[in-house]
Structure formats: structure tokens, C-alpha cells
Design a protein around this ligand. Structure first.
Ligand code: G3H
Ligand code: 13P
Ligand code: ZN
Length: 327
């Protein structure tokens, strides 16, 4: 199966009450782990590439690896794996154009830090070029806190999406999906202790997502696919393994998975997950080094990393996104 856009995926997800996982990819083991999980669960897939990932691995390597994953699924599992390749957080027209010209089927133009009018103008410029080339576009309204590549947004500078802006934005730009800010945040340190409460065991509980904003946006944009960025849950069992095996990730905290499950049943059709893959892979490799100090063949520890990615993605597909058996 050739690469697909997200159009059909989102239509089915919207009406089916589930979301598609958009997983960030940077190398072969990550791509293989994610693809193996999607094949086993018969799940549609979005593989997304950030500007940083493209600089690290090179566009051509990532494209060929993704093509290889699709070919492998067909030949060895007899499964036509539907994959969209998406640019994550494109910050300029030139970057989006380069990815469109290079075969991506979806791009994000993230002009959310600009003024409303400038966000519209840049998003529309990308939409015009993308649609001429059969590529779909995601844009963002509202600002998430956290760290993405060189962009660092302090929580006091973040802002929720204003539902009253969304119709005008979508109509004037022609975008195919919209990322909104309802309280998620990028990275593995999404909230400070001061922003959280504590449960009876003293464990930090982050503030709940603003489902009221999501509901209002969905009301104003019927049948329109909404995207959630910064949606890793930073599972504490993996943070513990990292910290017990020489790592240092104090106070790492994410979005509770049950809240993401709830969002996936609503208008959210795409959920972005990167940090949880990083945490899973790092935990398994740190554990491997501690358990096998004599090992020095990268296939041994990277193989463990790949298996950890696969397990994490399977869990997300089945227990959080609900997109198993939807391909
Ligand atoms: O939201 C950003 C993603 O986690 C990508 O991170 O820019 O460090 O590749 P990166
Ligand atoms: P996390 O850092 O929560 O995994 O978010 C990833 C993301 O939004 C990529 O665009
Ligand atoms: Zn993001």
C-alpha cells in the first residue's frame, strides 16, 4: 500500500469514537517498533517527523525506512499497513514545502506563537501549496507549554485555545485538522508540583484537561478532526526504571491515560506521542546496560529498545487510542 493522507483515517476515527496515534520517529529501531505494533494490532498509523528528527536522521533515510516498514508489512505479515507521513511542528513555509516535495502526505504548520492574522496568513499559504499537491495540513490555535526542539514555551506564556476563534480560523485557512491547547504540554515534565494536587498516597495529580473547551470547539466545528499535542503520560514505572538504573528524571509527570481515552472518544482524531517512546526506550537500554555490563554489541541493547517501543505503542493503540482493528 502506498502512503496515505489522514483524510480517510480521521473520518473513520471521528465517527468511530477513537483516535489515531501520531508517533515521532528518529531512527530505524523506533520505526520498526512502532510499525510492528501497528501491524500486530491492525491499526492505522501516523509517523511524524520533527524538524530536529529530519536534521538528525536526514529526510531520505526516514522516508526509505518508512517505505521499508510498509513493504515489510505487506511481504511478511500480508497486511496493507496504512501509513501517513507527517511533518511535526513545521515552522516555515519553506520547511513544509520541502517535506511536501519530498513525499510527506501531511504537514503541520505551527504558527501558533504568531498573531491570529499572521497565523492565518502562513497557514493559508501552506494549505494552498499542500492542497495543490494532494497533501493535508494541520495548524494550531492556542499555545502549549513545554519544549519542542528549539521552541520552549514557559507555562505562564501558554494559552488555551479560544473556541470563539476556531470557525474563522478554519474557514479562512482551509486547514484539514486543528491542534488545540486544552492543558496538555510537551515533554516529560508537563507540570510543576505547584500546579498539581496530591492523592491520598501523596502522588501528584495533574490538573484535568479542559474538556469544556474541547466540547465547545467540537460544537462549532462539526465533524472536524481535532489534534492533541503533548499527550504523553510519562508512566511512572518507566521513570522508576530510569532512575534506578543511573538516570535522573526527577518529577517527570504526564497526562493521565484515562483523560486521553476520553478525548479520543470525542472530536480528537490524532494524539501525538513522543516522550513516552523516549522514556520506554531509555528505560530498557539503561536496564540492559546495568543487567549486562559485558555487552557492547549495539544490536543487543537497541533490540531491547525496539521491543520496548513496540510494547508501549501496542498499549497506546489498544488502551488509550482505541484504534486497534481499524485499519
Ligand atoms: O513536539 C515535539 C516532539 O516531541 C518532537 O521533539 O523536536 O525534539 O524532535 P523534537
Ligand atoms: P509529548 O512530548 O507529550 O510526547 O508530545 C509529543 C508531541 O506533541 C509531538 O508533536
Ligand atoms: Zn507537538
Amino acid at each position: 500500500m502506498p502512503l496515505v493522507t489522514t483524510k480517510e483515517m480521521f473520518k473513520k476515527a471521528y465517527h468511530g469514537g477513537y483516535a489515531i496515534g501520531a508517533f515521532n520517529v528518529n531512527n530505524m529501531e523506533i520505526i520498526q517498533g512502532i510499525a510492528d505494533a501497528a501491524i500486530e494490532e491492525h491499526a492505522p498509523l501516523i509517523l511524524q517527523v520533527s524538524k530536529g528528527a529530519r536534521a538528525y536522521a536526514k529526510h531520505v533515510y526516514l522516508m526509505k525506512l518508512i517505505e521499508a516498514a510498509i513493504e515489510d508489512a505487506e511481504q511478511n505479515a500480508g497486511f496493507a499497513l496504512p501509513v501517513a507521513v507527517h511533518l511535526d511542528h513545521g515552522d516555515s513555509f519553506e520547511l513544509c514545502k520541502s517535506c511536501i516535495d519530498g513525499g510527506f502526505t501531511s504537514v503541520m504548520i505551527d504558527a501558533s506563537s504568531k498573531s491570529f492574522e499572521d497565523n492565518i496568513a502562513l497557514s493559508k499559504q501552506v494549505v494552498d501549496y499542500a492542497h495543490d499537491h494532494g497533501v493535508v495540513v494541520e495548524a494550531e490555535l492556542g499555545t502549549l507549554a513545554g519544549v519542542e526542539d528549539e521552541v520552549k514555551v514557559k507555562s505562564e506564556d501558554s494559552s488555551y485555545t479560544r473556541p470563539e476563534d476556531v470557525e474563522e480560523f478554519v474557514t479562512r485557512t482551509g486547514v484539514d485538522s486543528l491542534a488545540i491547547a486544552i492543558g496538555t504540554s510537551h515533554g516529560a515534565y508537563k507540570f510543576t508540583a505547584a500546579q498539581c494536587t496530591r492523592d491520598e498516597r501523596g502522588i501528584l495529580v495533574p490538573p484535568p484537561l479542559r474538556f469544556d473547551i474541547l466540547e465547545e470547539v467540537a460544537k462549532r466545528l462539526p465533524e472536524f478532526p481535532i489534534v492533541l499535542h503533548g499527550a504523553s503520560s510519562v508512566p511512572q514505572e518507566f521513570v522508576k526504571i530510569i532512575n534506578e538504573n543511573g538516570g535522573k528524571m526527577p518529577d517527570a509527570i504526564g497526562i493521565p491515560e484515562e483523560q486521553l481515552r476520553k478525548a479520543a472518544k470525542m472530536a480528537v482524531c490524532k494524539i501525538n506521542i513522543d516522550s513516552d517512546l523516549r522514556v520506554a526506550m531509555t528505560a530498557s537500554i539503561r536496564q540492559h546496560f546495568n543487567d549486562h555490563p559485558e555487552h557492547f554489541d549495539p544490536r543487543q541493547y537497541l533490540g531491547d529498545g525496539r521491543t520496548a517501543i513496540k510494547k508501549m505503542v501496542q498499549h497506546k493503540i489498544v488502551d488509550v487510542l482505541g484504534c486497534n482493528n481499524k485499519a
